[in-house]
Design a protein around this ligand. Structure first.
Ligand code: KIV
Ligand code: ZN
Length: 522
C-alpha cells in the first residue's frame, strides 16, 4: 500500500548557507510563499540565533506564511538554551511551530568538535529537548553526523531524546559519506527499533551530496521506512549541497510502483520554485541537472528527435508539463499594459502583491522595458529582486544607522589601452564624496575610484559578469567577492549598463562591510 512521506524544505536554512546566497527579509518571504504553493509539509526558515536579520525573517515567515493548518514552520537551534529560545520566539507565530535541535552524535564530533565524552553530549541533548518541550509540543532532534556514528551510541541517544519528548528524529548524513545500501540498512535498523519504542515519532533523513549520492541515499531511506525527508530546491546547501527536492519528489512520482510512496508536493510548481531560488540567490542551475536543468527536456540527437515526433514516451519519462515547464514565454514591451505584466508575474508564481506594491513594480518594469525593449521572464525576477533590495534598503534607511551607508550618484569610465580611468560621485549622510583613479582596466579603475571616494581599503578577490535573459539589451549580472580586514563579502547587482551593475555590486559589498565593521556601537 502506498504511504505518504513528509517533505521538509531547508532551502532557507541549509541552502542559504551557500556563500553569497544570503537573501533579505523580503526575498526570504517570497521564497517561503512559493514553497507553500509547492505544498511542502515543513519549511525550515532559518537559524534565528545567527543574526537579528535571520530572526526577523523567520518571525515574518511564521506570521505571514505559517498561517495555515497543513504547514509546519521551524528553524534551527544548537542544543543551547539561547538558541532554543530564539527559535521559539520566532516560530511561535505560526499555526504549527516546531523547534529543531541539532547536536553531534559521532565520536569525531564528540571528541574533536565538542571535546566532551559521549555521555556528556547525550545529557546535553536530553536537557535541550526537555527545555524545548517546555516551550512547544513539537520538537525535532537531529543526530548530527549520524552516518559516521557508532550505532549503539546513536540508538542510545535516539532512545533518550524520544523519552525526553522529541517528536521527530532526524538522521543526517552530514558530510555526504553514506552509500545508499548502507544508509538504507541504517534507516531500516533505526526504524525497526523506533516503531517499537514509540510509534508516533517520525523518522527523518537529511543527506548531503559530497559523493553525489544525496538523492540516492534519501530514496534508499524512503524504501527502508523513513517518514520524512529533508531537501532543498536545486539541491543547494553546504559544500556540494543537499538532496534535491525536485529529484526526490519526481523519482518517487515517476517510479511509484518501486517506492510505494507519495508526497503532497504540487509538482506543477517545481519549475517556478527552482527559477525563483536560482535567480534570487544568484546560483545558476547546472544545465544538465536532473528535472530543473535547462537541458533536462532538450533532445538534440536526430534519432531521439525522430523518436519523439513519433511518440513522446520513446525518450521522455516525465511530461515537462507535470513540473510546470511551459515553453510559452510572454515577451513584454513598454506597451504591455498592467494586465499583461500582472499575468506574466502570476505565471511565475508571484501574484501576491498589494496594489501599491504592484504599481511600484510596474514603474520599475516600464523603466527596464524602456532600456531593454523586450522583457523576458529572467528580467521579471530581476525586477522583483531589485524591488526587494530597494525596499530592504528603505527599511534600513529608517533606522539611525542609515547615514552610514554609501550611495552611487554617478560614474564616468574611460576605457583605453594606456590609461583606463574612472570618476565617481558618491553620497553618504547627505554629503557628496568624489573619487577618481586610473587602473589596469575599466573595472579596476572604477573600483579604485570608489575606494578613493569612500576611503576604505578593500581587496577585490573575484569578479564575475554574465548576461541574463535574452534580447539585444540583455541585463548584465555582476557578482563579486571582496575582502576587508580578513573577512570575505559577496555582493551582486544587475543592470542593462554593465558598468553601473559593477559599481552597484561594489557599493552593496561596501554597505555590508559598513554594517559589520563601521556602525557605531549602540
Ligand atoms: O547537515 C546536517 O547535519 C544539518 C543538520 C542541522 C540537520 O544540516
Ligand atoms: Zn545539512
Amino acid at each position: 500500500m502506498s504511504r505518504k512521506f513528509w517533505v521538509f524544505d531547508t532551502t532557507l536554512r541549509d541552502g542559504e548557507q551557500v556563500p553569497g546566497a544570503k537573501l533579505n527579509l523580503y526575498e526570504k518571504l517570497e521564497v517561503a510563499k512559493q514553497l507553500k504553493k509547492l505544498q511542502v509539509d515543513m519549511i525550515e526558515a532559518g537559524f534565528p540565533s545567527s543574526s537579528t536579520g535571520d530572526f526577523n525573517a523567520v518571525k515574518e515567515i511564521a506570521r505571514k506564511v505559517g498561517n495555515s493548518d497543513d504547514l509546519i514552520i521551524t528553524a534551527l537551534a544548537r542544543a543551547v538554551k539561547s538558541d532554543i529560545e530564539a527559535v521559539y520566539n520566532s516560530v511561535k507565530y505560526a499555526e504549527n511551530p516546531l523547534i529543531h535541535i541539532v547536536l553531534g552524535a559521532s565520536d569525531i564530533h564528540a571528541e574533536k568538535k565538542f571535546g566532551k565524552s559521549k555521555s556528556q553530549l547525550l545529557d546535553i541533548g536530553v536537557d535541550a529537548v526537555k527545555f524545548a518541550k517546555t516551550l512547544l509540543p513539537e520538537v525535532q532532534y537531529s543526530t548530527e553526523d549520524a552516518s559516521r556514528a557508532d550505532f549503539e551510541y546513536l540508538w542510545q541517544t535516539i532512545e533518550a531524546v524520544v523519552k525526553a519528548g522529541a517528536t521527530i528524529i532526524n538522521v543526517p548524513d552530514t558530510v555526504g559519506f553514506a552509500e545508499p545500501e548502507e544508509f538504507g540498512g541504517l534507516i531500516y535498523k533505526i526504524n525497526d527499533r523506533l516503531k517499537n519504542l514509540n510509534d508516533n515519532v517520525l523518522l527523518s533523513v537529511h543527506c548531503h551530496n559530497d559523493l553525489g549520492m544525496a538523492t540516492a541515499n534519501t530514496l534508499a531511506a524512503i524504501k527502508n521506512g523513513a517518514d520524512k525527508v529533508e531537501c532543498t530546491i536545486n539541491g543547494i546547501g553546504e559544500r556540494a549541497g543537499n538532496a534535491s527536492l525536485e529529484e526526490v519528489v519526481m523519482a518517487v512520482h515517476t517510479r511509484a510502483e518501486i517506492y510505494q510512496a507519495y508526497t503532497n508536493v504540487n509538482t506543477m510548481e517545481i519549475m517556478n520554485t527552482s527559477r525563483m531560488v536560482s535567480e534570487f540567490m544568484g546560483l545558476d542551475v547546472q544545465v544538465n541537472k536532473a528535472i530543473t536543468g535547462e537541458n533536462a527536456f532538450a533532445h538534440s540527437s536526430g534519432i531521439h528527435q525522430d523518436g519523439l515526433i513519433k511518440s513522446r514516451d520513446t525518450y521522455e519519462i516525465i511530461n515537462p508539463i507535470d513540473i510546470g515547464l511551459d515553453d510559452m514565454e510572454l515577451v513584454l514591451t513598454a506597451r504591455s499594459g498592467r494586465h499583461a505584466v500582472k499575468t506574466a508575474f502570476k505565471q511565475l508564481g508571484m501574484n501576491q502583491f498589494t496594489n501599491t506594491e504592484f504599481e511600484e513594480i510596474f514603474t520599475d518594469f516600464l523603466e527596464l522595458a524602456d532600456a531593454k525593449k523586450e522583457v523576458y521572464n529572467h528580467d521579471l525576477y530581476v525586477i522583483i529582486e531589485n524591488y526587494y533590495k530597494k525596499k530592504n534598503k528603505d527599511n534600513e534607511n529608517m533606522n539611525h544607522f542609515s547615514s552610514n551607508f554609501y550611495e552611487l550618484v554617478d560614474l564616468q569610465v574611460i576605457s583605453n589601452a594606456k590609461f583606463p580611468s574612472a570618476n565617481v560621485e558618491l553620497k553618504k549622510a547627505g554629503q557628496t564624496l568624489t573619487g577618481s583613479a586610473v587602473g589596469s582596466g575599466p573595472i579596476d579603475a572604477l573600483y579604485s575610484a570608489i575606494m578613493d571616494g569612500c576611503e576604505l581599503d578593500i581587496k577585490l578577490i573575484q569578479y564575475d559578469i554574465r548576461s541574463i535573459s535574452k534580447g539585444k539589451e540583455a541585463l548584465g549580472k555582476v557578482k563579486i567577492q571582496v575582502e576587508y580586514k580578513g573577512e570575505t563579502y559577496i555582493a551582486k547587482a544587475s543592470d542593462t549598463d554593465i558598468l553601473k551593475a559593477s559599481a552597484d555590486a561594489y557599493i552593496n559589498a561596501i554597505n555590508s562591510i559598513v554594517i559589520d565593521h563601521l556602525l557605531p556601537v549602540s
